[in-house]
Design a protein around this ligand. Structure first.
Ligand SMILES: Cc1cc2nc3c(=O)[nH]c(=O)nc-3n(C[C@H](O)[C@H](O)[C@H](O)COP(=O)(O)O)c2cc1C
Length: 225
């Protein structure tokens, strides 16, 4: 577990959004690994996330072509039964899948700008396609995003434990829509961690992603003591 957490921390540090992909399909062995973790996430999170081996025309919109996303060979379509918690669950479990892809040597980019009718995915009655994640061999590794400071995202003043601080550090490395980082993290006297969503496009998906990053960071430090 400790070793797994260490690898997840490394994956968090190494991950950046990649918008340009090599013309290389993902090997079957890696597709199988991705399918395995997707199945686990679907069970745990009551989701219907699907790996689309061929991205098809998911990124046919001109803005995506210009950005380079049209080169993504495959996509992960984040679908689930539509309710008030869907976006956050998609963020949390989708990022678990993203960090697994990162450990397989693949690059990713969360994308809200997909062409809904062109994604080769099954969306049943009562379900909603929330967002799509591009996945493949990156033509580059992306680059670190400009980040808010720890103080800017804290809802807490005063001394905080090391596990909390590292959790926030990991949360600041999380991908968020238009790099908005519109979240606040706090620590109550009884040790409860609070997460606040300050709004903005896809901010509930962002919050799920941020919670997963925080958890990895906090658990990593706790596992060392
Ligand atoms: C919910 C969500 C939606 C996003 N939508 C897009 C998008 O439509 N197009 C795009 O190029 N990047 C998109 N991104 C990627 C963000 O721009 C990126 O995560 C942010 O700039 C931080 O950079 P990083 O991921 O390299 O750390 C999205 C990210 C998230 C989390």
């Amino acid at each position: 577990m400790n070793e797994d957490l260490g690898k997840l921390v490394e994956a968090i540090k190494d991950r950046h959004s990649v918008r340009s992909y090599m013309n290389l399909p993902i090997e079957q062995e890696k597709l199988d690994k991705l399918s395995e973790i997707i199945e686990e996430c679907n069970k745990e999170g009551d989701l219907h996330i699907q790996l689309c081996n061929k991205a098809g025309k998911t990124y046919s919109r001109i803005m995506n072509k210009v950005a380079g996303l049209g080169s993504a060979p495959s996509v992960i379509a984040c679908v689930g039964k539509d309710d008030a918690t869907l976006d956050e669950r998609v963020g949390y479990y989708g990022e678990k899948i993203v960090l697994c892809a990162q450990q397989l040597g693949l690059s990713t980019c969360w994308t809200g700008t997909f062409s809904a009718k062109n994604v080769p995915v099954m969306v049943s009655g009562g379900e909603r396609l929330v967002i799509v994640i591009a996945v493949g061999y990156g033509a580059n590794g992306g680059r670190p995003h400009k980040s808010k400071s720890m103080e800017q995202v804290l809802a807490t003043t005063g001394q905080t434990p090391k596990w909390f601080d590292f959790g926030v550090d990991m949360a600041l490395l999380a991908p968020t829509a238009i790099n908005q980082q519109k979240f606040r993290i706090g620590l109550k006297d009884d040790g409860t961690v609070t997460f606040e969503d300050k709004g903005g496009p896809f901010s509930k998906v962002d919050l799920g992603i941020v919670k997963y990053h925080f958890e990895v960071g906090a658990e990593y430090i706790k596992s060392q003591s």
